[in-house]
Ligand binder design. Sequence first.
Ligand SMILES: [Zn+2]
Length: 71
Amino acid sequence: MARRCPLCRNETNWEDNPWRPFCSERCQMIDLGRWATEEYRVPLMETPEGLLADLSHELDRETSIDEQANS
Ligand SMILES: [Zn+2]
């Protein structure tokens, strides 16, 4: 049964296709990479504590820069 790959829109056979719903490993990896990128853009969800600490340092620095600019 032919379906379309959600990534590249090529028709692909789902039967015996280990990469379904994608047509190939390449499309699956691109989609996984996209998910990983999305996760990094939402840092407050399931973020390792070390990364959160780095983020709060960044925020502190930005805040103090703002205060200096206002005074
Ligand atoms: Zn594809």
